[in-house]
Ligand binder design. Structure first.
Ligand code: GDP
Ligand code: MG
Length: 283
């Protein structure tokens, strides 16, 4: 298997982010908590150099709680704080603004001491497609906030949104690209539904996912499909197809439908809360 995909918009996107990053005090980077390595842009450290950084592990409702804690520790440094959230429900959102404000307190105090004109703290959201940037912005902005109008330097059509007193967010997220040259990463992005399905071999993808599952979360597959999981992924695939009655006329199993159902159910969290990579997997 070889997943081929190339984001043609990369250069343009990169320039846009470089322009916008200049305008903010803090960069909020969204990752998918189910794959916090694979959903991380490889160049963000360079792009956001000298900026305060906050990593948000979104979709925490779908991820393994224990592994989310490991990732939080893994990514935390003096400069980078990590907050798990559920953008769809709003859980953890308040903590994001609190942590951001805390990180910027010193800077604000410094500005004040130097007698500088008051100016709100500004943040922008970045992340690869499908990590939940739009959902997060919508939840964060909520009903109470107000658009503050165009300001010089902001790419036309973009606006600052006041989240609370002294805290503004660029209303357009920066869209980053994943580590597209890495096949292991591509597979994990496919599992969580972050790569367009029509460029994938779903059958192969579902069997690969089962392979990973047999290694790392066997009991969750057994519970979901009420089967005994075999060591061999294709055997397990067939067992699930038969159990679900996914057969074709004339005999045999409907492999395409089985694959689609497996992937859809996994992505919807029906196998349980699963993270497809741990910090240990990546070094
Ligand atoms: N389960 C779950 N789904 C989420 C969460 N946040 C976003 N989503 C879903 O993820 C998908 C992509 O979200 P979107 O905001 O469009 O991502 P974007 O491409 O980064 O802007 C949508 O179907 C959202 O409903 C979350 O915290 N939990
Ligand atoms: Mg979006």
């Amino acid at each position: 298997m070889n997943i081929q995909w190339y984001p043609g918009h990369m250069t343009k996107t990169k320039r846009l982010i470089e322009d916008n990053i200049k305008l903010v005090d803090i960069v909020i980077e969204l990752l998918d908590a189910r794959a916090p390595y694979s959903t991380k842009n490889p160049d963000i450290d360079k792009l956001a150099v000298n900026k305060h950084r906050l990593i948000v592990l979104n979709k925490a409702d779908l991820a393994d709680e224990l592994i989310t804690k490991q990732w939080k520790i893994w990514y935390s440094t003096n400069n980078v704080q990590v907050v798990p959230i559920i953008a769809t429900s709003g859980k953890g959102i308040k903590e994001v603004t609190q942590v951001a404000e805390n990180m910027l307190k010193e800077k604000m105090a410094r500005d004040l001491a130097r007698g500088r004109i008051y100016r709100p703290v500004r943040a922008m959201i970045v992340g690869i497609p499908n990590v939940g940037k739009s959902t997060f912005i919508n939840t964060l902005v909520g009903k109470g906030s107000t658009k503050t109008g165009d300001k010089p330097g902001v790419t036309r059509g973009k606006q600052w949104v006041k989240i609370k007193k002294g805290f503004e967010l660029l209303d357009m997220p920066g869209i980053l690209w994943p580590k597209f040259e890495n096949q292991e990463v591509a597979k994990r992005l496919a599992y969580i539904g972050s790569i367009n399905d029509n460029i994938l071999d779903n059958r192969e993808m579902a069997i690969e996912l089962l392979k990973l599952g047999i290694r790392s979360f066997k009991s969750k597959i057994e519970e979901r499909y009420k089967i005994e999981v075999a060591d061999d992924a294709y055997e397990t695939f067939k067992t699930i197809a038969v159990k679900r009655g996914l057969l074709i006329t004339g005999g045999g199993i409907d492999e395409l439908r089985t694959a689609q159902i497996l992937l859809d159910e996994f992505r919807a969290g029906k196998w349980g809360r699963i993270t497809v990579e741990t910090p240990e997997d990546i070094h």
